[in-house]
Design a binder for this molecule. Structure first.
Ligand SMILES: C[C@H](N)C(=O)N[C@H](CCC(=O)O)C(=O)O
Ligand SMILES: [Mg+2]
Length: 364
């Protein structure tokens, strides 16, 4: 199966409610879709959102990197030579992880199609049923309490609470949500780099002293504040998870060998796709550290790839934050992963199992 052509399109899905973190507010899921065509007529789908504050990548930079750097090397390569393709994607350019992810996702989709197997089976096999948490956007306290109760009514039992814009209001937010929901849901906090190390220790000790049960605190400090993560982990009992500090396998080895964090959030848009995500899951397993599979605010093409990975790597990936598509008003992707409240179901079609995509806006 030889690569013959590449096309780009845009996919826009309005959100049910704006997505708000300490870093940004977004109204739509907007993906750059990469469609790789082959001489057998099979097409592979990949996608990437624009997350300049996290990856530094925009749709324009992703498309330019693919057109100018990767595509001239990948055109006419055979999907049978998966490892060679991955080496080219990972070594032709530094950074640009979203472009690498979109390409790798489309290539792995084709790899599954070539072997007529769902991707999770080729990666080792695993359950077709997963369960995701849901994100509660950073809002005034009353709104966050209401959104949390609504999420529980909608069948979610793990809530990812976005905080990080004001330490004392953040502590009040968590206390109010915890008081309102009791033991009906597990709370994971995502600070998105909004606190200092000392503020994090203070907040965690407040929660611990008041018996507020938290599953974890995600990325409390700036992405490059690795000493801050270590400072926190040495002083609190609440598990600390790295997100924006953990892009590459090398960074994960540094974080884990120095005991800076307890959990790693793997996202394809940070790792540059599936190959490094698999490496990180395997590294974490050797350190006996759990991983979360996460996503940016993105749609169900890339999330399908993340779900197949989570299915196959369930020994390491024990936590799932793949709610991006569930936050949209509809899913234009037919086949692929099916969302029903907190349930994510993989189908048994080859590759990512995507049958068709409505509403693609072709890009030249
Ligand atoms: C959508 C997912 N639940 C999530 O919260 N991801 C964020 C980053 C999302 C973005 O800004 O696109 C995270 O884990 O930090
Ligand atoms: Mg995060």
């Amino acid at each position: 199966m030889k690569i013959t052509n590449i096309r780009f399109a845009k996919l826009v899905v309005p959100l049910i409610t704006p997505f708000k973190t300490s870093m940004r507010t977004v109204e739509n899921i907007e993906d750059l879709v990469v469609i790789i065509e082959t001489d057998t007529g099979e097409v592979g789908y990949g996608s990437a959102p624009s997350t300049p504050v996290i990856t530094g990548d925009t749709h324009e930079s992703i498309k330019a990197a693919i057109e100018l750097v990767f595509w001239p090397k990948l055109r006419s390569m055979a999907i049978e030579n998966l490892n060679d393709i991955i080496t080219i994607i990972q070594s032709s350019m530094v950074n640009n992880t979203s472009a690498k992810a979109a390409l790798e996702i489309a290539i792995y989709d084709l790899w599954g199609k070539m072997y007529k197997s769902p991707l999770n089976k080729l990666l080792g096999g695993g359950s077709e049923q997963l369960r995701t948490d849901i994100t509660i956007s950073l809002d005034p306290i009353d709104k966050m309490v209401e959104s949390s109760l609504q999420a529980i009514d909608n069948g979610f039992d793990v809530l990812k609470i976005k905080i990080g814009n004001n330490i004392s209001q953040d502590i009040d937010r968590v206390k109010a949500i915890y008081q309102a929901i009791g033991d009906k849901a597990l709370l994971r906090l995502d600070v998105n780099q909004g606190w200092t190390a000392k503020q994090t220790v203070y907040a965690a000790k407040v929660f611990e002293s008041e018996n507020i049960q938290l599953e974890l605190i995600e990325q409390p400090v700036k992405a490059d504040d690795i000493a801050g993560l270590k400072y926190i982990s040495d002083r609190v009992n609440t598990p600390i998870m790295a997100d924006e500090s953990a892009f590459s396998p090398k960074q994960v080895i540094e974080l884990l060998s120095n005991k800076c964090v307890d959990i790693i959030n793997i996202k394809l848009m940070k790792t540059g796709g599936l190959s490094n995500a698999i490496a990180i899951a395997d590294i974490a397993k050797t350190y006996q550290v759990d991983c979360m599979i996460g996503c940016m605010l993105e749609g169900s093409i890339a999330v399908a790839a993340a779900a197949h990975l989570a299915s196959a790597k369930s020994a390491a990936i024990t936590k799932i934050d793949l709610d991006g598509p569930a936050l949209g008003k509809f899913d234009p992707v037919k086949g692929g992963v099916l969302f029903d409240k907190s349930a994510i179901k993989l189908n048994d079609l080859p590759g990512l199992g995507i049958e068709s995509i409505d509403g693609l806006i072709d890009l030249k």
